[in-house]
Design a protein around this ligand. Sequence first.
Ligand SMILES: [Zn+2]
Length: 245
Amino acid sequence: MRRSGLSQMSVTRAWSASVASCKLCICAALFTLRLMTTAAEALQRLKDGNRRFVERLRSHEASLGGSPRMQLTQDQQPFAIILGCSDSRVPAEIVFDQGLGDLFVIRVAGNIVAPSLIGSVEFAAAQFGTRLVVVLGHTRCGAIQATLEELRRPAENQSPNIRSIVDRVRPSIEGLLRTELRNDEEALIRQAVRANVGVSVSHLRYGSDVLERLIRNEGLAVVGAEYSLETGEVEFFGAAECGAG
Ligand SMILES: [Zn+2]
């Protein structure tokens, strides 16, 4: 029974033969393979990819992710998890010049954190051994602007589904309206975007036992970032968390 169970596991033929009688060894081998890209290395790959995007040097091969499509039918090992905004101008694979199989991307308006989104991050981090999570906000975010508008002039008969997004953005930015920033719309939105990214980062770092354990013991890093619609550049915050400044 045990042997037939093992034969169904998706391990490569080369080493499954040598460890076929030991599930522990298989787990250890998978673990080692999946730790090949550290958080710092993943961050550098994202920075390099964004530089190529900004300099319009996007590699043709990036669309294939460096791996032929058929190879990816059996497994995937994305090197970074991106929780980004759904905005059509901020597709993670393009702004980081990455391809198939490179990034595990979760997109939602306002890059908010809700239980199902935390679950998606937990799944990727635990299943694929991915060690870098990036919360990717962007300048002039419509979800942020809509929340500011809602705080100033609450809409009547708003869809409860849209309200659920606004309600998750609201706590991170309503305090800003009580500062001098309320008199400078551009600066207010800029700060609000960053505050919202910061809150999502905190939720991921401290709102999940699974992620907390991976951060503490396995080198998982959660960092914030902002994409500039104007320049195409991504600025990272808290990169020191993964040993890369
Ligand atoms: Zn947005």
